[in-house]
Design a protein around this ligand. Structure first.
Ligand code: SF4
Length: 377
């Protein structure tokens, strides 16, 4: 995986380090020049390195049960310093519940364990397509409070001009990210299976940095030159629903490649392309994460993605860890299949716990999807 980037430091003084949930508005710590790490990205990276079993085990020994999300378990073990490769110990925590409510309990446990302040943004569940003015005002007030709290803790001063600057940079990175994702519009896509996920940590904690935009632009250029190379047999284009099974990543990629299947769109990567004009726009963008919106809106977003990237089949990962996401998946599967008239097949696994993934089951389900896709073509 690409190395996790940091928010750009600004000004002098000691370095303040925070841990941040994936979809917390990075623009806030970035404008204050605070360094942030994302424990979910750290847990995913640890899983890719084959460390997740040991971390989950360590968390269980600390009293965190197996039924908890594996990111939560690994995050608690990382906070307790159970691995040398984890992020540095934080001075503060930034959390919001725009992807799951379990995140709040996790960060509260982190704050207790580490005895450090926790800054929360509460995103209420919204049925409407667009957040209401009162919801935007509720979040604006909370952001003001978080900024005040961070100023008090760190002694840094909030500069509205600096905030605008980091927002502009975040938007430029999001544009470059879109260019990278759009490489998959080509047929065959020049993006390798799961390749895009390698760059997600950059977008999570680095999208307010110029270097991220430059790195993504260079990647988009590289993909474009890969795309024009002639040859290669046609591939089956699929949508990947859910988080990858990080501990089994090589096995999954190998099976997808061998069966001539290409992931051309997914649920996670587009959700990091926040685009907006001003603070209210930023709030609306962070309210609109694909796994944090209503079922109807989530279906619309998936349908748009599948149509845009000309998807021929959908592979759904029932991620044992992520109950909030998986609860609506059966209805999502049924409705997507009917709306798009493409086969939808699911498998069971986990983003971090290797014991919850079966390569045999994955291969069998993938074969089924391929057969169904071939029958339709
Ligand atoms: S339950 Fe799902 S959304 Fe929540 S922390 Fe775990 S993986 Fe993330």
């Amino acid at each position: 995986m690409a190395r996790e980037a940091r928010a750009q430091p600004a000004g002098s003084g000691r370095e303040w380090v925070g841990w941040m949930s994936t979809k917390f508005p990075l623009e806030i710590p970035a404008a204050l020049g605070l360094t942030v790490f994302c424990p979910e990205s750290a847990a995913a990276a640890a899983s890719c390195r084959g460390e997740s079993s040991a971390l989950c085990q360590a968390a269980e020994e600390m009293g965190y049960c197996r039924d908890l999300c594996s990111y939560v378990r690994m995050g608690m073990a990382l906070a307790a310093g159970q691995t040398a490769g984890g992020p540095p110990r934080p001075d503060f925590l930034l959390c919001c519940n725009n992807i799951c409510s379990g995140m709040l309990q996790w960060y509260r446990a982190l704050a207790r364990t580490l005895d450090i302040p926790l800054f929360l943004l509460d995103f209420p569940y919204q049925e409407d397509r667009e957040p209401s003015p009162s919801l935007v005002a509720y979040l604006r007030a909370q952001i003001t409070e978080v900024v005040r709290g961070l100023e008090e803790l760190t002694g840094r001063r909030w500069d509205p001009l600096r905030f605008q600057e980091v927002c502009r940079q975040a938007n430029r990175s999001a544009q470059a990210w879109q260019r990278v994702m759009d490489a998959a519009l080509a047929s065959p896509s020049p993006l390798g299976n799961m390749e895009l996920f390698d760059y997600m940590p950059l977008m999570v904690t680095g999208r307010c940095a110029k270097e991220t935009e430059q790195q993504l632009e260079a990647l988009a250029g590289k993909l474009q030159s890969r795309a024009v190379r002639p040859g290669g047999s046609p591939k089956r284009r699929i949508f990947w629903e859910g988080t990858p099974c990080w501990p089994a990543l090589d096995r999954v990629v190998d099976l997808l490649d061998r069966k001539n299947v290409q992931i051309v769109a997914d649920t996670l990567t587009p959700s990091l392309g926040f685009r907006y004009e001003d603070l209210d726009g930023l709030i609306r963008a962070y309210c609109g994460t694909i796994n944090g919106v209503s079922l109807e809106r989530g279906l619309e977003m998936r349908t748009e993605l599948c149509r845009r990237y000309r998807v021929e089949g959908i592979l759904v990962h029932y991620n044992r860890s992520c109950r909030p996401w998986c609860g609506a998946l059966q209805e999502t599967e049924r409705r997507l299949g009917r709306e798009l008239e493409v086969p939808v097949v699911s498998f069971h696994g986990d983003q971090g716990d290797p014991e919850a993934f079966s390569a045999a089951q994955f291969e069998l389900r993938l074969d089924t999807l391929c057969e169904l896709m071939d029958q339709k073509s």
